[in-house]
Design a protein around this ligand. Structure first.
Ligand code: CO
Ligand code: CO
Ligand code: CO
Length: 349
């Protein structure tokens, strides 16, 4: 699959960090140490809500959406890694209802010890995804680093009245998810050499699929809230939506699409640290059915890279949106609903 067979990019991560997100509780601890930022009425979405991206109003009908994301190699093929990193970084723009416009590369690379061609392939993968998204690369920054890391800062545009945050879900809404979960467990298995070439291709395809079609398809619908499922896992992001929207959220466990072999690999003990952290962080915020075992609970918390959109749409429009997404080729599924009781809480059934 790669012309750099001698190099396993995923093996270059140092033992210390996992290359995953710093947890939300650690992060809020740090932010509490800082003086509060002075309020700015043009900042429509900032640090204080757990949203995907910042939104800043330029004029009455134009706002910019800004986000950035970068991480250590998650797949060995450098071209695919570039694609995954770009699809993942752009996703936050789609999750906010925006259209990606420009991007900047963020590069850390051991330029003296790794073939320059590898970096070129990473950049080519990202450039191809940007082109598919209709965004323009305007520059970037690189540093010499023992451990390769790559990502992008992406800017998009949105109408200030059409920003989709995770705070607008309403009782009676239907919840939809546009990609299967289990990516964290599969990519950890990949690092351990436990996946076949086909399985690597499958999970890579899930991650490199842009949320563009899903976002464009949902645009005319009454979508009240949206976020993309990434590092905090399906239940982490559902919990943020429940808290932000002050509603309860019900997740139907049998309806959640899960990638093949995830359960089997999890049973073998392949649960990423980030996934366990997500689970621990959700204590008290999520109720699981008594019959559900620990493995299935972890799977619903699995840390995802470049996951799908979690969409809260008016109940009466749900079937029509589902049909539209599926006929556009998006693997969308109805996975739950929003209710008024137990605000801020997620119930798995
Ligand atoms: Co996001
Ligand atoms: Co992000
Ligand atoms: Co959002």
């Amino acid at each position: 699959m790669t012309q750099f067979d001698s190099i396993r990019l995923t093996s270059l991560s140092s033992k210390g960090g996992c290359g995953c997100k710093i947890g939300p509780s650690e992060l809020s601890e740090v932010i509490r140490m800082l003086p509060p930022a002075s309020p700015n009425p043009d900042l429509l979405v900032g640090l204080d809500t757990s949203d995907d991206a910042g939104v800043y109003k330029l004029t009455d009908d134009l706002a910019i959406v800004q986000t950035l994301d970068f991480f250590t190699p998650i797949v060995d093929d450098p071209y695919s890694f570039g694609q995954v990193a770009a699809a993942n970084a752009i996703s936050d723009i789609y999750a906010m209802g925006g259209k990606p416009l420009t991007a900047l590369n963020i590069v850390a690379f051991p330029i003296a010890t790794l073939e320059k061609k590898i970096l070129a392939e990473i950049l080519r993968g990202a450039a191809d995804k940007l082109q598919e998204a209709g965004a323009t690369l305007v520059g970037g920054h690189s540093i010499d680093d023992k451990e390769p890391k790559f990502g992008l800062a992406v800017t998009g545009t949105v109408h200030p009245d059409k920003v989709r945050t995770n705070a607008g879900a309403k009782p009676g809404d239907t919840l939809m998810l546009t990609k299967p979960i289990g990516v964290g467990i599969l990519t950890s298995s990949l690092k351990k050499g436990l996946l076949s070439e086909d399985e690597i291709t499958n999970v890579t395809n899930v991650m490199t699929t842009l949320n563009k079609t899903a976002a464009e398809t949902m645009e005319p619908f009454n979508v009240h809230a949206c976020t993309d499922v990434t590092g905090f896992g399906l239940l982490g992001h559902a919990s943020e939506m429940a808290k932000g929207s002050k509603t309860g959220i019900r997740i139907l466990k049998n309806e959640v699409p899960i990638l093949d072999r995830v359960r089997e690999l999890a049973e073998q003990g392949i649960i990423p640290g980030g996934t366990k952290n997500n689970f621990a962080h959700l204590e008290g915020a999520v109720t699981f059915p008594e019959t559900m075992d620990q493995i299935d609970q972890w799977i619903l918390c699995d840390a995802v890279t470049s996951g799908g959109l979690l969409i809260s749409v008016a109940g009466e429009e749900a079937q029509e949106l589902l049909n539209a997404l599926q006929s556009a080729g998006v693997l969308a599924r109805i996975i739950g609903e929003v209710f008024a009781e137990q605000p801020g809480h997620v119930v798995v059934e």
